[in-house]
Design a protein around this ligand. Sequence first.
Ligand code: PAF
Length: 287
Amino acid sequence: MKIIQSIDEMQEFSQRARGEGKTIAFVPTMGYLHEGHASLMREGRNRADILVASIFVNPTQFGKGEDFETYPRDMERDSKIAAEAGVDVIFTPTAAEMYPAGYQTYVNVEGLSLPLCGASRPGHFRGVTTVVTKLFNIVRPHTSLFGRKDFQQLAVIRRMTADLNLGVEIVGMPIVREPDGLAMSSRNAYLSSEERQQALCLYKAMRQIAWLYRHGERSAKILRKVAVAEINAKPSAAVDYVELRNSVTLEEVTAADDATLLALAVKIGKTRLIDNCILGEESQDGA
Ligand code: PAF
């Protein structure tokens, strides 16, 4: 496995590979890899001749007072996980090269970036879409894979890729969970053992809503209220949002249906966690 830091070198590598008729799959990450990332990498491995993963903690997607400085970083551990998942190249640029002095160009997806995490974290998606555009221009992938845990991010990136004719196939992959249901996230590393227990309230609230939905409850107001009550029962938990939205437009719904997205963001102590499910899919597996 090769580790490339320079943008020029990465571009030359991709250009050469494309010139030889090879296909490139790409998994962008901020590192501190877990099984969720590894599942994207293994799928990328199956889909293309060359698999590139990036590790870059992107400063432009963090707001003031967020965890950019403390975001967990461990290149040695990440290299091992990436190599085992079949990655050919890790691209790990520096912030100074990605955003040199005088940098002033940003990519913004309008409607889809506004609700949910866009409302709680102003500027976050502008940072994500900017860095993903830059990474696509550097890595020049045919296919790129993203986890559905960041459901809104996936929707925003799909929109951007179509709107800007970027010519990259975007693949969304299922959420990977711990055996007890907690969605895997690099930020789980922040949780104390007590908080780790309480963090299960996101998954429990989702299961409860899916059960109610399966038994005929359709009122978004009632479903939301039940989820909020489940979460608020945990002393370390504070709801950022619990929302039922159309899974394509991300517009609010009053009556839930099979395509409704249930999206949650909850602070457990100082750690902000997100999770989601589509009600029709979740209620099929006996929730
Ligand atoms: O999902 C992430 O880890 C990041 O938002 C991404 C897509 C790598 C952009 O920095």
